[in-house]
Design a protein around this ligand. Structure first.
Ligand code: NAP
Length: 323
């Protein structure tokens, strides 16, 4: 693995599969070796469009491809676990779209399988690997804003209502929380860890999925997180981290930031900027490559236990408004 390109397989040929493939094709040391689809025709068309050598007409065939090192799983949420299982059982590393699975129990099963097989697995929570988000973590770690007392983050969009679309469909585990809530929770998590209290409220769509969701998390330290995700209107898509000695604001969109402002108490605002490589998904690909080169089976920046723990909070939030 040390000197050769990382050979990716793309599983599923929808919107994000296309965008991530475009980012992989920009990177040195990465090769998109194969694609797998539920249908041979779709696999072939995707392969032709992106110049991919092998097109598999089933997910199982892609999982079994011996010339693939890692499979990127880009199916709708409820269809993450089964192809991930196929890949792990075939000894193939996996990068699985967010949310890893639809429940913490499902994520625990997948994590257990990856560990039992000693194969790399990571959730594609790409924001975590953005340069400015990593800078945010180091600034907070160095005490630039003192103790974190609050995180505010929002991710609400306004897609047209379409009961068949995965965002609105209950069958496809739609709703704001699983699709967008995982981002706001993942901004708060590395800064505050596990909350001690979880409160939430949500408006539901006619399909029954959550469409406008507010979350209030409390922490033993006295900190709070105020998080909003929704499908009923465009929010600013910003995140603010408040501390005892200042605050940091991630500019929009916070999940793919290109600017960040640090204001130390009584000081001038300092602005940090970063150019994004491609669509912003290259950083997670590089993290996968780094881990595989080092022989790691999990990313120290996003271990499976953390993904499971975030999903536990998601379970608790959705449990609180589906009662
Ligand atoms: N990281 C990000 O920024 C980001 C952005 C968007 C989405 N996502 C995540 O990526 C996943 C896919 O989202 P997407 O927007 O790419 O979805 P999409 O455009 O609907 O594509 C999903 C693909 O999954 C496959 N699939 C397998 N079973 C399916 C089923 N029952 N119904 C529909 N498609 C099925 C299909 O590929 P084949 O027909 O080729 O098998 C389809 O093209 C979601 O989990 C989402 O959370 C992440």
């Amino acid at each position: 693995m040390a000197d050769k390109s990382l050979r990716w397989g793309i599983l599923g040929t929808g919107g994000i599969a296309r965008v991530f493939t475009e980012d992989l094709l920009r990177l040195d040391g990465h090769e998109v070796a194969a694609v797998g689809s539920r249908s041979p025709g779709t696999a072939g068309a995707f392969a032709e469009r992106h110049g991919i050598a092998r097109a598999h007409g089933s997910y199982a065939d892609l999982a079994a491809d011996p010339d693939v090192d890692v499979v990127y799983i880009a199916t709708p949420h409820p269809m993450h676990a089964e192809p991930a299982r196929l890949c792990l059982e075939a000894g193939r590393a996996v990068l699985v779209e967010k949310p890893l699975t639809t429940t913490a129990a499902g994520a625990e099963r997948l994590a257990a399988l990856a560990r039992e097989r000693d194969v790399f697995a990571m959730e594609a929570m790409w924001t975590r690997f953005s340069p400015l988000v990593r800078r945010l973590h180091s600034l907070v770690g160095e005490g630039a804003i003192g103790e974190v007392t609050a995180v505010y983050a929002d991710f609400s969009i306004a897609p047209p209502f379409d009961p068949e679309h995965r965002l609105w469909s209950a069958e496809l585990a739609g709703g704001a929380l699983l699709d967008l809530g995982c981002y706001v929770l993942s901004i708060a998590w590395p800064l505050l860890g596990a909350p001690s209290t979880v409160q939430a409220t949500a408006a539901t769509a006619p399909t029954g999925v959550d469409a406008n969701t507010g979350v209030l998390l409390g922490y033993d330290s006295g900190a709070v997180a105020l998080l909003h995700c929704g499908l009923m209107g465009e929010s600013p898509h910003t995140a603010t981290i408040v501390g005892t000695k200042g605050r940091i604001e991630l500019g929009a969109p916070f999940y793919r930031p290109t600017s960040m402002t640090l204001t130390r108490s009584g000081g001038e605002a300092e602005t940090f900027t970063a150019e994004l490589a491609g669509h912003g998904y290259t950083y997670q690909a590089e993290e996968v490559a780094r881990c595989l080169r080092l022989g790691l089976t999990e990313s120290p920046l996003l271990p499976l236990d953390e993904t499971v723990a975030v999903l536990r909070v998601i379970d608790e939030i959705s449990g609180s408004f589906t009662k």
